[in-house]
Write a protein that binds this ligand. Structure first.
Ligand code: ADP
Ligand code: MG
Length: 688
């Protein structure tokens, strides 16, 4: 292939690019073994199998044309350009080069027949291709579409194509699925599917390839999901092999807890308590997620779990990601458990040294049976005499690193502690299946009686006065309100300043109201004073940053205003809204927004307006942000799934999960080979 007009810098097949060895560039794409290369699949294709009549050229299309150069000239504008016109019987097309190399024009002299390939665009003088690839007419055309692979800077397609073609010869492409499994799920064979996706024939629907719903894609996606399910099953088996103390309980605390409650637990709470109770009695560590929308009463379930562990002779640690949230838990848990004689300590980073030492000692000696606090609890210095259960609230707010630290805590003892995580941000079912299959899940799908759905209203910021009037009305009616300050993500100092300013403005605008201020930088003692005052009804309007986002529970709060709502994420808005409507009459959430709204902000606000169902919100959040961000893994830069899509491939995920169990039980060798092909390096990542 000659390429008359091709700029020199794109030298294909070069061993090195800008000094980075090719192996390193491949590594960047996660390509090490032949299997890695063979399963690196095209993003899209270019059709070089046929020649398009020039008259059929459309802007945006990649296509190959053949014709005669009818003119070519060098233009001296702001810079030198080479322009030529290609013509066939059906029409004319401009060809343009922004750099001119010696001899280039001579090669494109008028009267010469050439082929030109590239992306057609609407130029100043009609349709044109900038920097087309020029080839000789008469060379045979490929009979398959040309793959375009995901690549990284400095790695040309030609090099990737070559390496992948080689891998397709060298790699073992044997089918890792036994015929019985392929038949049961009507799966295409592996090798033909893979080859088809790398080099599809021209008769294959480009749409079915682009949409990933061709049978070949279905097979590959199934394989990817299956590999992930197999890895999760292994992680689960590894956990089953660990030892935990069986915490059966004797009812001495749990029975009294139930008897002393001022209300009946909901059916959902009773079910979750029973599931957790059964897990705690086992001799391998529980790993359970308690999901329940805001206000569904997760704390009570935690109290029952703690009580069962404590009556079985174990210690319990309860952690929350923020001081406010930890204090909220402490308040509830000690309200329920202290009357039963449970010795408890409170531990946060802000504790005076002497108190902290006493608390640590009480845990190390086993005098304290329950410890509640923030992450300070999981720091290395903290020792327990017999830690049997770790409960973490809103665990998704812990970084991945912190979760790992927590896991290691158990290594110190002979036994691993049981683990219960609680989250109000429901993980959509598909995501849970794909990434938390190693966890058992209990769901609180029922709210305690007497809750009214929060009404959500959207207000353009220019109608702020109406909102202020509304705050006044609510307070005169004996209720309280939250005002959430605009989020300033770029700077903590600015965020603080915004909170202080907002507080001042609202005080001036609503002079007859008692207006309080809460933000993350307040000393711990002041934070709890402010929260106490709000809880006691001594503050009418609480101006706050998102520190109130999770867990804060003041039933008399009937209105929440969120300023610059367009800056918040969907899950965050839902959490904030959950602070109102917690008993005691109707509740409203006002989303104040500043137009113009971006499309995505508009979608978010619409979702908030349309539904109060946390699961629906989570589903839309997933659709908007993708699983990586939802799981807090975005920074890791690693794609969670390359080919399958959790939204549209739910059925396939279901089948892959079933098949994983089948394979593990009946075809362990196939299972091993399958994992080897798909996940050589991805394991430790899945475990965290
Ligand atoms: P969340 O699931 O959001 O953490 P909480 O545990 O804070 O919810 O519970 C919200 C409120 O509901 C608390 O005031 C709690 O005491 C109360 N509550 C919990 N369970 C019940 C119940 N079964 N009946 C009535 N109120 C309940
Ligand atoms: Mg809670």
């Amino acid at each position: 292939m000659t390429s008359a007009g091709k700029p020199r810098r794109a030298a294909p097949g070069a061993r090195k690019t800008a000094g980075v060895p090719q192996a390193r560039l491949f590594e960047r794409l996660g390509l090490r073994t032949p299997a890695d290369f063979a399963t690196h699949l095209p993003l899209r294709y270019e059709d070089e199998t046929r020649i398009t009549p020039i008259g059929a050229a459309r802007p945006g299309a990649h296509a190959l044309f053949e014709g005669e150069i009818v003119d070519s000239e060098i233009r001296f504008g702001p810079r030198r350009e080479l322009q030529a016109t290609l013509a066939d019987e059906s029409g004319r097309l401009g060809l343009r080069w922004l750099h001119v190399y010696p001899g280039q024009q001579a090669r494109l002299h008028a009267g010469r027949r050439v082929r030109a390939r590239g992306e057609v665009r609407a130029g100043y003088h009609g349709l044109e291709i900038v920097h087309p690839l020029i080839t000789e007419p008469g060379t045979p055309l490929p009979d398959t579409l040309t793959p375009v692979y995901p690549t990284t800077q400095g790695l040309p397609q030609a090099a990737l194509r070559k390496a992948i073609a080689r891998a397709l010869d060298e790699a073992d492409l044997g089918d890792t699925l036994p015929a019985a499994v392929r038949e049961a799920y009507r799966l295409a064979d592996f090798e033909p599917s893979l080859r088809l996706l790398h080099h599809p024939g021209p008769d294959i629907s480009l749409e079915s390839l682009a949409e990933h719903n061709h049978p070949a894609w279905r097979r590959i996606k199934f394989d990817e999901l299956l590999a992930q399910q197999l890895a999760l099953a292994d992680a689960r088996a590894a956990r089953r092999a660990q030892a935990a103390r069986s915490l059966k309980g004797d009812g001495s605390l749990t029975g009294r807890l139930l008897a002393g409650l001022p209300f009946e637990p909901t059916g959902a709470q009773t079910r979750a308590v029973a599931q957790i109770g059964a897990d705690l009695a086992r001799t391998h560590p529980m790993h359970r997620l308690l999901q329940g929308d805001v206000g569904s009463g997760k704390t009570l379930v935690a109290a029952f779990a703690a009580a069962q562990a404590i009556e079985s002779g174990a210690q319990v640690a309860v952690m929350a990601p923020t001081e406010i949230l930890a204090e909220q838990l402490w308040r509830k848990l000690s309200e329920w458990l202290a009357p039963l004689g449970v010795a408890a300590v409170w531990l946060t980073g802000g504790l005076p040294a002497a108190e902290r030492r006493r608390a640590l000692q009480a845990m190390a000696r086993g005098e304290a049976r329950l410890a509640v606090g923030t992450q300070a609890l999981i720091q290395d210095k903290v020792e327990f005499e017999s830690l049997g259960l770790v409960i973490s609230d809103e665990q998704h707010r812990f970084g991945v690193g912190q979760r790992l630290a927590l896991n290691r805590k158990g290594d110190q003892a002979r036994y691993r502690p049981h683990q219960l995580s609680m989250s109000a941000t429901p993980i959509p079912r598909t995501l849970a299946m794909a990434f938390f299959a190693d966890m058992d899940v209990s769901v609180l799908d029922e709210l305690p009686p007497g809750r009214v759905p929060v009404r959500t209203r959207l207000f353009d910021d220019r109608r702020r006065d109406e909102v202020l009037a509304r705050v006044g009305e609510v307070v005169r009616a004996g209720r309280q309100a939250y005002w959430v300050c605009p989020l300033v993500e770029e700077s903590e100092a600015l965020q603080l300043q915004t909170a202080v300013d907002t507080h001042e403005l609202l005080r001036a605008a609503l002079p007859d109201l008692r207006v309080g201020l809460m933000h993350g930088r307040l000393p711990a003692r002041e934070k709890s004073e402010v929260m106490d005052a709000f809880r006691a009804g001594d503050i009418d309007l609480l101006v706050s940053t998102t520190v109130i986002e999770v867990g804060v529970d003041v039933p008399n709060a009937g209105l929440m205003v969120i300023e610059h709502a367009e800056r918040f994420g969907l899950a965050q808005l839902h959490q904030l809204r959950g602070r109102v409507g917690r008993g005691g009459g109707e509740a409203t959430c006002v989303l104040l927004y500043q137009p113009p709204l971006s499309a995505i902000a508009r979608e978010r606000l619409r979702a908030m307006y349309e539904t109060t169902d946390g699961f629906e919100i989570a589903r839309r959040d997933l659709a908007q942000r993708g699983p990586g961000e939802l799981l807090g893994l975005r920074q890791s830069g690693q794609a969670l799934l390359r080919f399958a899509d959790l939204e549209s491939d739910e059925d396939l995920l279901e089948q892959a999960r079933e098949a994983a169990a089948w394979l593990s039980a009946d075809f362990p060798e196939h299972a091993r080979a399958h994992r080897q092909r798909w996940m050589a390096g991805a394991d430790q990542y899945l475990r965290s």
